[in-house]
Design a binder for this molecule. Structure first.
Ligand code: NAD
Length: 298
């Protein structure tokens, strides 16, 4: 079993770190939230009093932070931990951030002999709890193989997309598609509902028809069609609208850099930005369903 320093214990990082504890790893955790730390202490993790203390004398560092600026500041900021990480340690950043920040971090850490992989995830909070996440990695193949010792206890699939940063590019392609599918599914369900259909029946029909997709299978955006999903819990928890809007911003930057044509991604970005401005920024991204509610928006 390995010694792991885990930083960022939110909706995703919390259950991921808990699964490492359950698997028998020696896990030191740090977060800015005392509540998140208390939850992990209860689960059997050791609480560090700083990020620097969490990464001392460990074999793996895992970070799971909201966005690029948080990752940049954690590792390379004024109080940055990069220089406090032992040269034997493998750093795994699972946050969804821009590919260039991941590449820059790899270069800086490599200069001091520390290995790094970007390993953003797919699978949502349910996947984080059930340890069924998909890790989409960028970096040296040997480092990704070594990381399986901990990734295998938090997820069931580990892919290598390419060199440093490639994991982030693949993740952004996936999330752009997810945003489009969630918006499209919501639009279709609301169209049926406005025409008198029962969303549960319509969901069952589309699940067995050509409109079938992941959101209908495991993350239906219409309240009470499915149990145990954010839509049936007032859109609490899950994956915040503001985080999806951030990912769509990353997708648009990635597209512009190579002049790729992404009109549907642009449309999804503007929908999620508008939805955030309507006051849903902290709600789960499936709440985009409300954006298409004619009665709510009259
Ligand atoms: P979250 O906001 O729930 O959690 C982030 C945590 O990081 C918080 O607990 C916060 O206190 C902590 N944090 C921020 N700055 C810190 C610092 N400097 N030091 C220590 N802790 C710090 O976010 P989340 O939903 O867990 O998402 C994390 C990442 O995973 C994001 O990049 C997101 O895009 C990605 N992601 C989320 C989901 C999902 O379904 N929620 C799915 C796939 C990927």
């Amino acid at each position: 079993m390995a010694k792991v320093g885990f930083i960022g214990l939110g909706n995703m990082g919390g259950p991921m770190a808990e699964n490492l504890v359950k698997a028998g790893h020696d896990v030191k955790v740090f977060d800015l939230s005392a509540e998140a730390l208390a939850r992990l202490e209860q689960a059997g993790a050791k609480v560090a009093d700083s990020a620097k203390a969490a990464v001392a004398d460990v074999e793996f560092v895992v970070s799971m932070l909201p966005a690029s600026k948080h990752v940049q500041s954690l590792y390379l900021g004024e109080q940055g931990i990069a220089e406090h990480i032992d040269s034997q340690t493998l750093v795994i950043d699972s946050s969804t951030i821009d590919a260039q920040t991941a590449r820059d971090l790899a270069v800086t850490l490599n200069k001091q002999g520390v290995r790094f992989i970007d390993a953003p995830v797919s699978g949502g909070t349910a996947g984080a709890k059930a340890a069924t996440l998909t890790f989409i990695c960028g970096g040296d193949a040997a480092d990704i193989e070594e990381a399986r010792a901990v990734l295998g206890n938090m997820g069931k699939n580990v892919f290598r997309a390419g060199d440093h940063g490639a994991g982030q590019v693949a993740k952004i392609c996936n999330n752009m598609l997810l945003a489009i599918l969630m918006a499209g599914t919501s639009e279709a369900l609301q169209l049926g509902r406005a025409n008198g259909l029962d969303p549960k029946v319509l969901s069952q029909i589309m699940l067995q028809s050509s409109g079938r997709n992941w959101t209908l299978e495991v993350y239906n955006p219409c309240p009470y069609v499915m149990e145990g999903v954010p839509s049936s819990n007032n859109y609490a928890g899950g994956f915040q609208v503001d985080l999806m809007a951030k990912d769509l911003g990353l997708a648009m930057d990635t597209a512009q850099a190579v002049e790729a044509r992404t009109p549907l991604g642009e449309m999804a970005q503007s929908l999620y930005q508008q939805h955030s401005q309507d006051g849903f920024g902290g709600k789960d991204f499936s709440s985009i369903f409300n954006y298409f509610d004619t009665k709510l928006n009259q």
